[in-house]
Write a protein of this length. Structure first.
Length: 355
């Protein structure tokens, strides 16, 4: 820890215990990448670069015919048919990722949701995403400490509940719900250092029911591999709240991890080939599920939260049988997994370390 007057600066580490996905909003389709089956690598193609190469080889008409008339084929078929060499593919590749267990030769290729990357195509995690997660974790701790159940039926009431616990720095008494009053103003998290491309893998979504039954879904995400350390700079402004420190954050993380295991994971039959999660962790990023991203369970308590959340899920996903969640005893009723090195992993579990 480094101290600058009222500022305290720490190194914050997220150690991925399971694959972690933070989406850029871009999705590659099966004609945007080439699968190297021998090396289990996926080459994400620079499309303008590819078009220039095809133009130089007089293959533009052939590519147009491929796009228009061969809808069920992928880029591997086209490169094979027109003898595009490995060296030529390398020249038009933006970057590569480990295909892991997500892409298999001989089976249909899926679209790939891209991890967020900088202009040099280096993956990283935005600090704002981590801060948003810690905000929820701190809220969980503060709400549970109060032992109060407060009903939250719409967005405005949800903001009021959050303000009651977080907006304790009263700089604007006339606007208690204004973010300027929030203790979160005292927390700043940098974007992470770039993540080595060798630590990126492709992961296919797998839903696991409360009974432990799994179903593979045709959704593929680019993710950080397990046991990867991602580094940030955490700065705490003690002038905002003198009680704001690393211990408070770590207590909140520990509290969340315990509650998550006892309240959510305990409601599922975990498959035998699944990796267990333990320690002080957060559940973070895309695909990590609804439970850890809202404050319904600590506000209502489990029994009432299941009822409330199932109603929300039923309205959003009419065909997913969420009306049965109350009988099952948990909502949502699916755990989000993926497979890596033949083991099942939940999405988004990160150990938190602050030095």
């Amino acid at each position: 820890m480094i101290r600058y007057e009222h500022l305290e600066q720490y190194e914050l580490k997220l150690i991925t215990k399971t694959p972690v996905f933070v989406g850029s909003g871009r999705e590659y389709n099966k004609r945007d990448y080439y699968f190297d089956a021998k090396n289990k690598k996926v080459h994400f193609i620079n499309i303008p670069g590819m078009m220039s190469m095809l133009y130089s080889k007089n293959l533009i008409n052939e590519y147009e015919e491929f796009i228009l008339n061969r809808p069920y084929e992928n880029l591997n078929h086209f490169f094979r048919d027109y003898n595009i060499s490995t060296s030529e593919i390398n020249l038009i590749t933006d970057y590569t990722a480990n295909a892991a267990d997500a892409i298999v030769e001989g089976k249909s290729f899926a679209g790939v949701m891209q991890f967020v990357r900088d202009p040099q195509h280096r993956p990283y995690i935005p600090g704002s995403s981590v801060k948003g997660c810690l905000r929820t974790v701190l809220l969980w701790k503060l709400i549970q400490q109060s032992n109060q159940n407060e009903l939250v039926n719409d967005y405005k009431k949800a903001r009021k509940v959050e303000a009651n616990y977080l907006n304790t720095v009263i700089l604007r008494k006339d606007e208690p719900h204004d973010e300027i009053n929030s203790i979160m103003r005292g927390i700043s998290i940098s974007d992470s250092l770039p993540i080595d491309n060798d630590r990126m893998i492709l992961t296919r979504k797998i839903d696991v029911s409360t009974s432990g039954k799994s179903k593979t879904v045709n959704v593929v995400r680019e993710a950080i591999a397990p046991e990867t350390t991602v580094k940030f700079v955490l700065t705490l402004d003690k002038s905002v709240d003198k009680n704001l420190d690393d211990k408070l954050i770590m207590e909140a993380v520990k509290n969340f991890a315990s509650y998550y295991k006892e309240t959510y994971l305990s409601s599922f039959h975990i498959p035998e080939d699944a990796v267990n999660v333990s320690g002080n962790f957060i559940v973070f990023g895309g695909g990590s599920g609804y439970f850890g991203k809202n404050i319904a369970y600590p506000i209502y308590g489990k029994a009432l939260a299941v009822k409330k959340v199932s109603e929300i899920m039923k309205d959003k996903f009419e065909k997913h049988y969420h009306e049965k969640d109350v009988v099952l005893g948990i909502s949502p009723h699916m755990l989000k997994y993926t497979k890596y090195q033949s083991r099942l992993y939940q999405y988004g579990v990160c150990e938190v370390v602050i030095n």
